[in-house]
Design a protein around this ligand. Structure first.
Ligand code: DAK
Length: 260
């Protein structure tokens, strides 16, 4: 796996991806978006034995401080539409990724950075993390799903306040409001994310991926989540892992899942 703005480290089935533009607080420029698209749509699905992904930012200050503002100049309505659709496509491929993806947030997660963290399945924040959607300060609204996903995590009233004031919230408030799953000491966010993925990796992988698909269906207007659950459930029943899980329970031993 070869990228200009991402570093990757693959160990024990867990891929740690670091967005590596610390001098620009890891802002999402076009190259970084292209790298993320290649990783989530082409390379990571092919990794043998992959059980989960941690997404984090290089340096001590930021997860991602937003879309790269220096690339905004000269953007017209058509360019904005193209850019937004490209971002949506990439962020949906993270949200719909077949393995769990955790954002390890050790600093600013602003604008497109907050949107990127929200497209991950879970968020582990360090106590220095700050979340916000400051697009109104630039005369914009979020263009990578922020108006929609923020409501899903924290509700309409809180989302509107964050989106209209541009204020940041700290890690504790993000935890209290349901945006962050955990808050840990600064520097421990990647380790905690790996710990969670290691726990999930012991579960049946097919069932985990079907869980992601079923939960996502709740938020997809063209799908009925209950019907989708029936479809996904039927597929899990058809697996060797289901037979193994049930047999292990009855034989009072730990299940050994193979992903089949
Ligand atoms: N883009 C580009 N460079 C950035 C950046 C960003 N978002 N954020 C920080 N940097 C750069 C700074 O310019 C500075 O570069 P140098 O001057 O050293 O060359 C370096 O990172 C360090 O930043 P600061 O010197 O400002 O660091 P401080 O600690 O003083 O302040 C800060 C940290 C995060 C509070 C501050 O940097 C800041 O306010 N940054 C901007 C945050 C922001 O507004 N982010 C939201 C961007 S808007 C769209 C799709 C999506 C979006 C929009 C449209 N379409 C489809 C059209 C999303 C928009 C956004 O994300």
């Amino acid at each position: 796996m070869n990228y200009k703005n991402l570093m990757t480290d693959y160990e024990n089935g867990i891929l740690v991806v670091t967005i590596n533009r610390p001098k620009a607080l890891n802002a999402l420029n076009e190259q970084t978006l292209n790298d993320l698209r290649q990783l989530f749509q082409e390379d990571a699905p092919e990794l043998k034995g992959l059980r989960g992904v941690v997404l984090t930012g290089a340096g001590d200050k930021a997860f991602v401080a937003g879309a790269d503002i220096s690339e905004f100049t000269g953007l017209d309505a058509q360019g904005g539409l193209d850019m937004s659709q490209k971002g949506h496509d990439i962020f949906f491929s993270i949200e719909r990724f077949f393995r769990p993806v955790i954002a390890a947030v050790g600093g600013y997660a602003l604008g497109g950075g907050c949107e990127l963290a929200m497209s991950c399945h879970l968020r582990v924040a360090s106590e220095k993390a700050l979340f916000g959607q400051p697009e109104v300060n630039l005369g914009l609204i979020p263009g990578y799903g922020g108006t929609q996903r923020l409501i899903q995590y924290i509700g309409k009233g809180r989302a509107l306040e964050i989106l209209m004031t541009g204020d940041m919230i700290d890690a504790q408030k993000a935890l209290d409001w349901g945006l962050a799953n955990h808050v840990v000491s600064h520097g421990e966010e990647v380790n905690k994310s790996i710990e969670i993925l290691t726990k999930i990796a012991k579960k049946a992988p097919f069932a985990v991926s079907k869980t992601i698909a079923s939960v996502n269906a709740y938020f997809e207007s063209q799908k009925d989540g209950f019907e989708q659950e029936v479809i996904e459930f039927a597929q899990t029943v058809n697996t060797e892992d289901f037979k193994e899980g049930a047999a292990a329970f009855l034989e009072k031993r730990k299940a050994v899942f193979t992903g089949k």
